[in-house]
Write a protein that binds this ligand. Structure first.
Ligand code: NOJ
Ligand code: CA
Length: 527
């Protein structure tokens, strides 16, 4: 970190790691992971080699949506710890060369937030912090907007006879970004955390902040694609408004006013790669953006390479893309992309770790953790439980399997975890750490190679000719051959690999040194 250029864009070529705090490590045996648990596992994360961690929501919340319903933006959820615990976590991570990002939720608050409680009074100065509207002329919600549950995005407030807007649960009222005091409140929130040493934020629902001033109906979107369509509507007016870009320009100035620039990583839930690139502005908005078209692309060489090529072509020069494939909202990639096949998960990790930009792992990805089938009676995700419309997100939120003990190393003996364990007896960190051929070791080697080759840089990327089903590319000094077919492929035919093979996701003994096996990848460095 001594090179100022590297410091300024420390996320270029870096690896970030998402910690779902409630499921990472419990230290007081209440069955919920906590901040001290993250601190206790920092040596593991340093061993893995990540440059930074993003903590899922840490602020006080009634937990209708597990922290994405914030009731105090300047505090720490008592169930997760204290402000002092968070300060210690940041300091201890820093001692190990890792930065800490928090999750910021600016689209909505909890209905328990003092602003919303006050706003219930139509005469309150806080009334305009939220979006209120009269019923439609014939009665009923003001327009056709839908919440993420599939129900109307509006709830009638008996006291005033007006509806308030909530793009998620009724207990998550949307903030009104047309109100200047909301901007001022968030500037203060940003500075509060940046001053405490927080390295940046993952920004929830970044595309959502402003809504159409006229509250026009969203148009139909029959496509069915989960990113483009919300239960058959395109969020043209209920989100994705151009005015939100000014918020990010404002925040970028704040982020860059610190000697070590703070990072803004958007949860940019958009289906269009031009719209995604637009969140980088002229390198004056978000520095990083999650790429949902990539996440939801089929696991084929053609589909993934096409999204990568278009993403890189659309991004303004000098901007980094984000490569990730799992998070707490979606099915884990070893299940979704790989059908539980570990060889394919290893291939996916090899590709994710060698693309230029920023690689983001979700806790468990490094051991190819799969989704857990959470029985209906144990589901804790209200967003899905209420509608049954889509599978519960709990499948990807279950405790981290640290070892094969009855509590998976997650909590104390006899304590009950908030969500059930998966197959920790067959897949866990301890067993993989003891096995040099494991996916965990592969992932660690990939991260180390990434740091050695790319740290602080945006590597070049050139796709190479390869047979159908094979994706070959040169990035920096590396040549990558990723075989998405069920047959072995000759390295000479795909990518023309000449240099030394550094890492392969299969075994050379099995595949042959001059081949890449079925559903496997090879990384070579040019001589
Ligand atoms: C995206 C978050 O990742 C998700 O968990 C949450 O329910 C919604 N935003 C609403 O905050
Ligand atoms: Ca706990």
């Amino acid at each position: 970190m001594s090179n100022p250029g590297t410091e300024a864009r420390w996320w270029h070529g870096a690896t970030l790691y998402q910690v779902y705090v409630r499921s990472f490590q419990d230290t007081n045996d209440d069955g919920y992971g906590d901040l001290n648990g993250v601190t206790a596992r920092l040596d593991y994360l340093a061993w893995l080699g990540v440059d930074g961690i993003w903590l899922s929501p840490t602020m006080p919340s009634p937990d209708q949506d597990w922290g994405y319903d914030v009731s105090d933006y300047l505090g720490v959820h008592p169930e997760l710890g204290t402000l002092a615990d968070l300060d210690r976590l940041i300091a201890e991570a820093g001692q190990r060369g890792m930065r800490v990002l928090l999750d910021l939720v600016p689209n909505h608050t909890s209905s328990a937030h003092p602003w919303f409680v006050a706003a219930g009074d139509p005469a309150s100065p806080y009334r305009d912090y939220y979006v209120w509207a009269d019923p439609a002329p014939g009665g009923g919600p003001p327009n056709n907007w839908l919440a993420a549950t599939g129900a109307a995005a509006w709830t009638l407030d008996q006291r005033s006879g007006q509806y308030y807007l909530h793009n998620f649960l009724p207990s998550q009222p949307d903030l009104n970004w047309w109100e200047p005091r909301v901007h001022e409140a968030f500037r203060e929130i940003l500075r509060f955390w940046f001053d405490r040493g927080v390295a940046g934020f993952r920004i929830d629902v970044a595309q959502g902040l402003y809504k159409d001033a006229e509250l026009r109906d969203d148009p139909p979107e029959p496509g069915g694609d989960v990113v483009r369509s919300r239960f058959g509507l395109a969020q043209v007016y209920s989100a994705n408004r151009p005015e939100s870009h000014a918020v990010f320009r404002d925040w970028r100035k704040i982020a860059e006013s610190y000697p070590s620039p703070r990072l803004l990583l958007g949860e940019t839930w958009v289906g269009d790669l031009h719209a995604l690139a637009a969140f980088h502005g002229h390198s004056d908005e978000l520095q990083l953006t999650f790429n949902f078209p990539f996440i939801f692309a089929p696991f084929t060489a053609a589909a993934l390479s096409a999204v990568v090529a278009e993403t890189l072509a659309d991004l303004p020069a000098g901007e980094a893309s984000v490569w990730t494939a799992s998070n707490h909202d979606i099915s884990r990639f070893p299940t979704r992309w790989c059908g539980g096949d570990e060889g394919r998960a290893r291939l996916a990790l090899l590709v994710l770790a060698t693309l230029p930009g920023t690689f983001v792992l979700y806790n468990g990805d490094e051991i190819a953790m799969t989704d857990v089938d959470v029985p209906a009676a144990l589901v804790r995700d209200l967003m899905r439980a209420q509608t049954g419309a889509r599978e519960s997100r709990d499948r990807s939120r279950t405790p981290m399997p640290w070892d094969d003990s009855p509590t998976a190393g997650f909590t104390g003996e006899g304590a009950r975890p908030w969500l059930p364990y998966g197959e920790h007896a067959v897949r866990n960190v301890a067993a993989q750490r003891a096995d040099p051929a494991s996916t965990l070791h592969l992932c660690r080697e990939l991260i180390a190679l990434r740091r050695a080759e790319f740290a602080g840089q945006l590597a070049s990327y050139t796709q190479l000719d390869a047979p159908a089903g094979v994706w070959a590319y040169r990035t920096g000094r590396l040549t990558v051959v990723a075989n998405f077919t069920g047959s072995p492929v000759s390295l000479a035919e795909a990518g023309g690999v000449a240099g030394e093979v550094l890492i392969r996701s299969d075994s050379a003994a099995g595949a042959g040194a001059d081949q890449v096996g079925p559903w496997a990848g090879v990384i070579a460095r040019s001589a």
